[in-house]
Structure formats: C-alpha cells, structure tokens
Design a protein around this ligand. Structure first.
Ligand code: SF4
Ligand code: SF4
Length: 240
C-alpha cells in the first residue's frame, strides 16, 4: 500500500485498523464536500497560521486523503491533527477543498474511537470543559496575573491589583465579576447541557475522560434537581 511518507510511524499497527479509521472519515456525510482533488499549489499552507508555528501542512491532509494513504493518515490522526487552529483560512483553496473540515472529521473519529493520542492531546482541555459547563464561561478576568504575563510590564500588575474596580467600571452589570467573564444564567447553562447532550458532545467527553464526564453529570444533576428536573428523564426536560 502506498505511503506518502516512507518513514510513516505506527508501523506496528495493523493496516486493517488504520483502514477502518480511514473509512470512518471518508464515510462521514460531510466528507464528500471537503475534497475535490489537489493541485499541490500550497496556497492553503500560505494561509494556514498553524503551518507557521508547527511542522504542519493542510496540503498534506488533502494529499494523503486523495491518495488514500492510510499509513500517513494514521500518523496524522495521532499527531498533526491536533495542531490545527480550526480557523478555516485554508478554504481559500482554488479547488474548493476544505482541509480544516477534513481535520474536524478526523478529530471526531480519533475521539469517538478513544485513541490514546486524542486523550493525551485533550487532557489540558478538561479544566476548560469543566469551567464552561459549571459556569457557562471559559476564561476569567482573574487569570490576568503578572506572573503569567510578565511582558505586559507594570500595566498588568496595576490591573491585577485593582481588578474588581476595573470590572465594576464596565457598563453591563453581568460583567461586574472577577472569577467569571460574566454571569451566565442557570437557564443558559441548562440549555448548554442539553445542546451538548443532544449533539453527542457529552458522549465524546465520556470517551476521552470518563472521570470528567461523571463530574459534569453530577454538577448538572444537582442543577437540574434544583429546578425540579430528573437528569434521567431527559424527554421531560426537553418538553418543558
Ligand atoms: S483550519 Fe487548520 S489547516 Fe486550515 S488554515 Fe486553519 S489551522 Fe490551517
Ligand atoms: S488543498 Fe487546495 S490550496 Fe492546498 S495545495 Fe491542494 S489545491 Fe492547493
């Protein structure tokens, strides 16, 4: 079987296993609209921010998929797939390819199959996922600490020391917060939970980090109970 890179890693993994994952990507309903052949022009690489910082190329994804090179595909699936910023600048492709979308599908396949590389790559995001689910926001103003941003000089120190004052100066009251980017209502958090559940995102989190999944379920169960709902009676929640 042809391999774009002769030294593609994971030679010990059975080709059938690689092929099965490759097929999951190509059989995804979105896949036919991501690849129409490749001129090897490199325009996508010139537009790609990740290509500037990593040994990474959207062109390689288009080439590997077009050539059905399952060996290099498997290597990308376990490594480079996590270097994409998902900005979709590569849609400037003159053949109307969408390497970023190919990567999106590949990431989902990596997660849904519980690949060890995916678990490792996403480990750092557990805290972020927990924060979004439990508070409704991701970053918080109190992350602005002089130790983390030494290049900001004296300004960051002044802001950090008087953060609550700066925050109270912002017109919307929901932003008079220091530990949260803004106050997110419980209704919004419940809606977020339902969206994640219905779109299969919670299932993906369970595949990657069962411990985190259980904590999230616990947090949401408590919140749902406070509002008179039962987490196991999801249809009822949806009806309301
Ligand atoms: S979506 Fe990914 S591959 Fe495409 S330009 Fe952005 S970082 Fe590069
Ligand atoms: S994917 Fe498109 S932009 Fe990138 S090398 Fe191929 S034809 Fe050129």
């Amino acid at each position: 079987m042809f391999a774009l890179y002769k030294d593609a890693g994971y030679q010990d993994v059975l080709v059938e296993e690689k092929q099965a994952l490759f097929d999951q990507v190509t059989q995804d309903m979105r896949y036919p609209e991501t690849l129409y052949g490749c001129y090897e022009c490199g325009i996508c690489v010139a537009a790609c921010p990740s290509a500037r910082f990593y040994d990474f190329s959207p062109r390689v994804f288009a080439q590997v998929m077009a050539r059905e090179d399952v060996h290099t595909f498997y290597e990308l699936l376990n490594d480079s797939v996590w270097d994409c910023s998902q900005c979709f600048s590569c849609t400037c492709c003159p053949r109307e390819n969408n390497p970023g979308a190919i990567i999106t599908i590949m990431r989902e396949v990596a997660v849904n199959n519980g690949l060890a590389s995916a678990k490792e790559a996403l480990q750092a995001y557990s805290r972020i996922i927990f924060k979004i689910m439990s508070t409704g926001t991701q970053v918080s103003p109190d992350m602005l600490q002089p130790d983390f941003f030494p290049d900001w000089g004296q300004d960051v120190r002044d802001v950090a020391e008087n953060l609550d004052v700066w925050r109270r100066a912002i017109p919307p009251e929901t932003m008079h917060t220091v530990e949260l980017a803004w106050d997110v209502s419980e209704k919004t958090r419940l809606e977020l939970y339902m969206i994640w559940k219905l779109t299969g995102n919670l299932e993906m989190i369970e595949n990657i980090d069962e411990g985190l999944f259980m904590i999230l379920e616990e947090v949401m169960e408590e919140l749902l109970e406070e509002h008179g709902y039962d987490i196991d009676d999801f249809d009822n929640i949806l009806e309301d």
